[in-house]
Design a protein around this ligand. Sequence first.
Ligand SMILES: *Cc1c(COP(=O)(O)O)cnc(C)c1O
Length: 382
Amino acid sequence: MTDLATIPFNHPHLAANELGYLAEAVRGGLTSGDGPFTRRATALLRETTGARRALLTTSCTHALEMSAILLGLRPGDEVIMPSFTFVSTANAYALRGAVPVFADCRQDTLNLDERLVEAAVTERTRAIVVVHYAGVACAMDVLCAVADRHGLALIEDNAHGLGASYRGRPLGSFGVMAAQSFHVTKNVQCGEGGALLLNDDGLASRAEIVREKGTDRSRFFRGQVDRYRWVEIGSSYLPSDVLAAQLTAQLEAFDAIQLRRHRVWRRYHEELADWAAGHGVAQPAVPDGCAHPAHLYYLLLPDLRGRQGLIAHLAAEGVRAAFHYQPLHAAPAGLRYGRTAEGGCPVTEQVADRLVRLPLFADLTDADVTRVVEAVRSYDPA
Ligand SMILES: *Cc1c(COP(=O)(O)O)cnc(C)c1O
């Protein structure tokens, strides 16, 4: 095996127009934010997500921070969210002084357990943030109903879910706001980048102010005001048009990227089914009504020892695999800035220890997939 190149965990796909658009953006000289490629990428993104409004941002983290500013969160306000997520989901709200309230996830999809959310609502709760893990939708019917019943804002951290849907409706269109990520590890990427999708017109007009250092600069450029001024708190959340050029090419290639990713995902799912069933390993669950975007492929080993053993076994076979989120409710900053919902997060704690992600990217060849499958099948977690 030593003469075979190591299969990386991730490798970004180079889209057909990517280098051409990058050169065009640099040569054109309009490299600050909101240039011609930003308009093109934004239009493509709205087509894919069906969002009423979309604003490119410097990251998904920053899109989440914008959502916290736009909600007007104050110190002591509570935001219910899963513990099983990336740090930015919590950090964005903690930055405003709000308290992340961590709830447990479902055993099957690893998404926020919708049955636990209502019990976590207090008179200080302002919002529910959902994360569609692996782009498999949360139970949005139940979660939207809970948010409505209690007058709470629903925000989607849709970093995994570009192109996914729930009962035919695109993810990112359920919440009052949704955050997308174009980090190099995501299906469509520009190194570092993101977007805030807005499904509310009032918030959308404020969002362009928050994104432009708290000024009405966008209105000024549209000729709606005769000078621009500082009108709200905000920051600089708009990406360079150079990154938007890369993103435009990536979004144009989205269908081709997805075709390839789905093929890899399906092969893992089918070709590892017998091995998984025979070794007490769980494969991802995709409930009815969820069309997922093949963002990641994971396996749940029987225990931590089995998971660490598989990662080491794959490394020896020249395959890079990775574990994933460490529970936020038990992290140092989670303990300091957040609170754990009644009942704790026992499912989160055990899945975080058992989960391993396999290499999944558009340029993985069929031969690579065969190698990964054979490497996994030659492991016995017992
Ligand atoms: C990747 C990711 C983020 C952060 O995205 P950035 O664009 O790197 O800021 C946030 N939430 C989730 C669930 C993610 O997977």
